[in-house]
Design a protein around this ligand. Structure first.
Ligand SMILES: *Cc1c(COP(=O)(O)O)cnc(C)c1O
Length: 298
């Protein structure tokens, strides 16, 4: 999956804020408007395998899933067919995410929440495609290949000088990739965007060698009510951050992660010599589900 140019860059926030530590942003959101940031990295090893085997990509997600639309776009880019198993019933008006996924040629199949939970593939899929033609990518890219892909986030950028990395965390695959690639002196902070998702600790640990156990920590206090939940405080923070820096964030992941970073900085949780890299994992397409005018940027 080399046809997408790697054009992310690291930006300093020093000229915008008076932080007592060094704070930079890794702009993975600039990679591609749809296959944004971490999703491209998480998918790339899966897609390499599927391409080798000449298979059809199949994956799972909700109607606003960044992973679904990223898989659709990446498949399209690579000349692969793709199938999306979508949680819940088909609605009369499709979410922007699903409209885009269809535009990229993804074929959508809907399943009940119950069937979705067990990641059952509807029989309608098998009516069209025999099982041996399908390459199944786990929901959110969770798994060893997702971790291997996400490790390149650190390896392909100049990240040696940082003491801390901070990243929004859903399944923990991206976090595990960053941890697997970080040095022994570096710490990774995962900001969980789900409410009370305490099993995340084990899910991340099971993706990593034991020796990395002390290289990361999870924060559970910045979910703003739960997955994709938000309030005025979060939206105001995102607008203010954009006004100062020109950097857009999304309300599901990066807005919450960056809010957490600012909160930790304001509480003096870092020392003056710390060098913190905030990982902007993209996800901006998700903002399309907000009412117009909520954010001062798109
Ligand atoms: C999916 C996503 C994440 C979370 O990645 P995980 O590997 O599931 O933890 C973070 N940020 C953005 C923008 C995402 O789309």
């Amino acid at each position: 999956m080399s046809t997408i140019p790697l054009s992310c860059r690291i930006e300093s926030l020093q000229s915008y804020y008076d932080f007592h530590a060094t704070v930079d942003v890794l702009r993975l959101d600039l990679l591609h408007p749809v296959i944004s940031g971490n999703k491209w990295f998480k998918l790339k090893e899966y897609i390499t395998e599927a391409k080798k085997a000449e298979k059809i990509l199949l994956t799972f997600g909700g109607p606003y899933s960044n992973h679904i639309v990223a898989t659709a776009a990446a498949a399209n880019n690579e000349g692969l067919k793709s199938v999306g198993i979508i949680r819940g019933d088909e609605t009369r008006t499709l979410s922007t995410t699903l409209v885009r996924a269809k535009e990229y040629g993804m074929q959508l199949f809907y399943t009940s929440r119950e069937a979705y939970k067990n990641k059952l593939i509807p029989s309608a899929v098998y009516d069209k495609y025999p099982p041996h033609e399908l390459y199944v990518i786990p929901e959110g890219g969770y798994g060893a290949l997702g971790v291997a892909g996400a490790a390149a986030i650190l390896r392909e950028n100049d990240t040696h000088s940082y003491s801390h990395f901070l990243v929004a965390t859903g399944t923990g695959t991206t976090l595990a990739g960053i941890v697997s690639a970080c040095g022994m002196q570096q710490q990774v902070i995962g900001v969980s965007v789900l409410k009370g998702n305490f099993s995340l600790q084990n899910e991340v640990a099971s993706l990593l060698p034991q020796a990395k156990e002390n290289s990361y920590g999870l924060l559970h206090e910045y979910h703003f009510g739960g997955y994709a939940k938000h309030n005025n405080e979060l939206l105001t923070f995102m607008n203010n951050f954009y006004e100062r820096t020109g950097i857009p964030t999304d309300f599901v992941y990066t807005g919450k992660a960056f809010y957490a970073a600012f909160d930790l900085l304001s509480k003096n949780k870092f020392s003056a010599t710390d060098r913190i890299l905030l990982i902007h994992t993209g996800g901006l397409q998700g903002n399309a589900s907000l009412p117009k005018g909520t954010l001062i940027f798109k």
